[in-house]
Design a protein around this ligand. Structure first.
Ligand code: FAD
Ligand code: NA7
Length: 541
């Protein structure tokens, strides 16, 4: 059992979150560095995203061989999967196995929500308060709160009068029965696509309430044979080297060929091959190198998908309603025969951009035209208050009582996606302005950098670290500059906070890829942390 090294503190570090980020943080700081760590999660157990998102069809669309930790060769060799992608139960089982293997659970207090984190200027410690009414103190605060974790449920007139069941995909209880029921799904993002394709075959009737049509390519979730898996396991050194120096970290080589200059035949051939192969990120980044940056290339990809919709969907009016009119620049989606769902006799598409939801009634949903959809169950696949959602829910206060809500009122800010000015010794996993990638490798990258930084602090007997305002501003500007080189800001999605009514549009990601990101953060570390202020209260004294 660990003893606390920090004088006057209950713990050396508090970790919030038991997903990929929180588990690995406890492993690094406690198992490897011998710090005394206390961890919390409002969930009943480990898993994070994969604890909460238990809806039918829940799946990672990062391929199985790279949706996992890379830090342990032994763990990698033990990996088990049967298909190209992992289902939610498989990922949850994996996270439980990780927790068991490294005895991580004993540091966690579950079913406990952290409500406040206050930095005390006098003691230099974080005071962390929970909904159980307890407060603990620690030198370091590691927040692995999840970037797609605070659920977004739109407020509709009459919602309380609805007599049926209402569910959010990101807060899904065990034992929900959809078989034979009249189900409504609101939302057609990546979650909506998954829940729609999984529910259509079992529901009595499925009504999809679609606001924005989406570009969805096939996922290609094929069985994987033992030989393929064995080969992946044998090549992990090379695989991770490639992943961590790539752009999106999805385990494929990004294309270096521009679509702008490719012939129509070449484009058709490459897009068709990618359509057959499957994978949303692959379609956007593995086919040509300029789909996310060139309007011409983007139009070519979008036109290909539009043509597919027309071919697949039998009813022309439904096909038209399913066809996106904006550019192809949201998180790229993929699904299992998504557009085919709308050929089923038990599926109805309600275009709620053309005919918005007016209100919920006791028996269903009424549209503005007066059309009524009778429903037993309404599923909100309406997404998340991304990136800063869980931060602003807590009462976070840094130096001099400055609040995070106030600091981030015009949009969240972050240095290297991990730190913020006036919040000493706070390390955010997947905080604002971090990488936009397959996430486990980025999470590991951040946790390792944080662990190295803490080790350096402890080695030198330093009390506090925080970025300079100039460094933070420069990083935020860099993220804006990079984002503006892409087409992503031209589409309205959670990537820039556009999905939450009233949320200010802000750049929340570093979009230059994991390889560049790793170089940038390692340069700060290897350069002796020139962009940080150490022991600021002592410096000013
Ligand atoms: P999370 O797993 O979100 O864990 C955060 C934890 O913090 C939660 O358990 C939450 O309860 C806890 N928490 C938050 N606030 C508090 C508080 N105040 N007090 C106590 N506990 C708190 N990423 C990919 O790379 N590829 C994919 O294919 C992919 N698919 C996804 C599919 C879905 C449906 C969703 C929702 C996300 C998906 N993601 C995917 C993103 C996914 O969230 C990350 O890959 C990864 O799981 C994030 O891990 P994390 O530890 O950072 O956060
Ligand atoms: P998304 O991608 O934010 O999708 C949410 C969907 O819900 C999207 O189709 C929205 O339409 C729709 N939505 C949101 N609010 C409303 C209202 N008020 N009325 C009608 N429709 C609405 O969330 P997901 O959960 O699918 O995915 C988030 C990430 O989690 C995903 O990228 C994965 O990485 C995991 P809109 O497009 O805004 O018109």
């Amino acid at each position: 059992v660990e003893t606390t090294k920090t004088k006057g503190a209950d713990f050396d570090a508090v970790v919030i979150g038991a997903g990929f980020g929180g588990l690995y943080s406890v492993y690094k700081l406690r198992n490897e560095q011998g710090l005394n760590v206390k961890a919390f999660d409002s969930a009943g157990d480990v898993g994070g995203t994969w604890y909460w998102n238990r809806y039918p069809g829940a799946l990672s669309d990062t391929e199985s061989f790279v949706y996992r930790y890379s830090f342990s060769g032994e763990l990698l060799q033990k990996g088990r999967w049967k298909t190209r992608y992992l289902t939610q139960p498989e990922i949850l089982a994996y996270m439980n196995e990780v927790a068991d293997t490294y005895d991580l659970r004993r540091s966690f207090q579950f079913n406990t929500r952290v409500t406040a984190t206050h930095f005390n200027d006098e003691t230099g410690l974080w005071h962390v308060t929970t909904d159980k009414g307890e407060t603990v103190t620690a030198k370091y605060l590691i927040t692995a709160l999840g970037l797609l974790s605070a659920t977004n449920t739109p407020k509709y007139k009459g919602i309380d009068s609805f007599k049926g069941q209402m569910l959010h995909t990101g807060y899904w209880p065990e034992g929900v029965e959809l078989k034979g029921k009249r189900v409504g799904v609101i939302g057609t993002g990546s979650t909506g696509v998954q829940v729609i394709t999984a529910t259509a075959p079992i529901a009595g009737h499925l009504t999809v309430f679609q606001r924005s049509p989406q570009y969805v390519v096939p996922i290609g979730n094929t069985p994987q044979d033992e030989a393929t898996i064995a080969q992946q396991k044998a090549n992990y050194d090379d695989i991770w080297k490639q992943v961590k120096s790539s752009v999106v970290a999805f385990g494929f080589e990004e294309s270096t060929v521009p679509a702008e200059t490719a012939s129509p035949e070449e484009r058709e051939r490459v897009f068709e091959a990618a359509w057959q192969r499957g994978g949303g990120f692959y379609f956007m980044f593995g086919t040509f190198c300029d789909i996310a940056t060139s309007q011409i290339a983007n139009d070519a990809a979008a036109d290909f998908i539009k043509k597919k919709i027309k071919e697949i969907v039998k009813d022309p009016a439904t096909a038209k309603a399913l066809t996106p009119r904006d550019i192809y620049a949201k998180r790229p989606l993929c699904g299992n025969n998504y557009y085919e769902v709308y050929n089923r006799p038990n599926v109805t598409l309600a275009d709620v951009k053309a005919d918005p939801i007016a209100e919920f009634t006791a028996t269903g949903i009424r549209l503005e035209s007066g059309a009524e959809h009778e429903l037993d169950v309404v599923i909100f696949a309406t997404g998340f208050d991304a990136v800063d959602g869980n931060y602003v829910k807590m009462d976070m206060r840094g130096r001099g009582g400055v609040t995070m809500r106030d600091k981030w009122k015009d949009g969240p800010l972050g240095y290297l996606g991990m730190m913020e000015t006036d919040f000493p010794n706070l390390f955010m996993i997947l905080g604002p302005n971090g990488p936009f990638t397959n996430l486990p490798p980025s999470i590991e990258t951040q946790v390792e950098w944080i662990a190295d930084t803490i080790e350096m602090m402890e080695g030198k007997g330093l009390k506090a670290i925080e970025p300079t305002e100039a460094a933070r501003d420069e990083w935020v500007t860099l993220c804006r500059t990079i984002a503006d080189m892409t087409l992503f800001p031209k589409a309205e999605s959670w990537i820039f906070g556009a999905n939450i009514p009233g949320k200010k549009n802000a750049v929340m990601f570093y979009m230059a890829g994991i390889g560049n990101y790793r170089n940038a953060i390692n340069a700060v570390k290897d350069g002796g942390y020139q962009t940080m202020i150490f022991d600021r209260e002592m410096a000013s004294a």
